[in-house]
Write a protein that binds this ligand. Structure first.
Ligand SMILES: [Zn+2]
Ligand SMILES: [Zn+2]
Length: 206
């Protein structure tokens, strides 16, 4: 049976089946690409998950097993609403791993989801119900869990990093250079520029 370290559950915050699915997905990606977890800035993950749907927990599992973390800028979302991700590693290529429909269907009748659909959060679901569905994930083979496709033509160039920063001429706070904007001839941060949209959609703060 596959083992997910306890610290990964602690990091994630609750016990659910999708964090372990992501953990296994990341572990399989490391195997397929012949690499170990990313100490620095090696692997880059493109998660196909979106917002406002379940199963996003998968991404914490991916981060835990690969160390391709949000903080290091190594995982981003494509917003396709699929339980799938592409893993790219410099010099090693890329692999896309998707949860099989069959496995997804085998989980859905489980009692765990009866609680979830009633709005009960995973940490409030009885422990034996949680453990039972997690064990389904840990007992399954990689073949039962995933469709795997090597992507020999996948190309990716990570954005070039820079330490350069400057002070916004309005609020005075430091801004990394690529986020400086020019407004009325002044170099300003995005908040002070009044730009509504830039590289991502920010929540509106009133
Ligand atoms: Zn979860
Ligand atoms: Zn500013």
């Amino acid at each position: 049976m596959f083992e997910v370290p306890q610290w990964a559950f602690e990091f994630h915050g609750h016990e659910c089946p999708f964090m372990p699915i992501g953990y296994r997905m990341g572990t399989l990606a490391l195997e397929k690409l012949g690499v170990s977890r990313s100490k620095n800035h090696e692997m880059h993950v493109f998660s196909e998950m979106g917002i406002a749907h379940p199963q996003g927990c998968m991404q914490d599992g991916i981060m835990a097993s690969t160390s391709a973390t949000f903080g290091k800028g190594l995982i981003e979302k494509l917003y396709y609403g699929k339980v799938a991700a592409t893993f790219w590693y410099p010099g090693k290529g890329a692999v896309r791993i998707a949860l099989r429909n069959e496995f997804s269907d085998s989980l859905s009748p489980h009692e765990f989801f009866k609680y979830r659909k009633k709005g009960i959060e995973p940490s409030d679901i009885p422990n034996d119900v949680r453990q039972d569905i997690i064990n389904m994930v840990l007992r399954a083979t990689n073949e039962e869990l995933f469709n795997v496709k090597m992507l020999p033509d996948f190309e990716y160039e990570p954005p070039k990093g820079s330490f350069n920063k400057a002070k916004c001429e309005v609020c005075g706070e430091y801004v990394f250079e690529r986020y400086l904007r020019v407004k009325d001839g002044k170099k300003v941060c995005i908040s002070c520029s009044g730009h509504e949209k830039d590289e991502f959609t920010r929540p509106k703060v009133k």
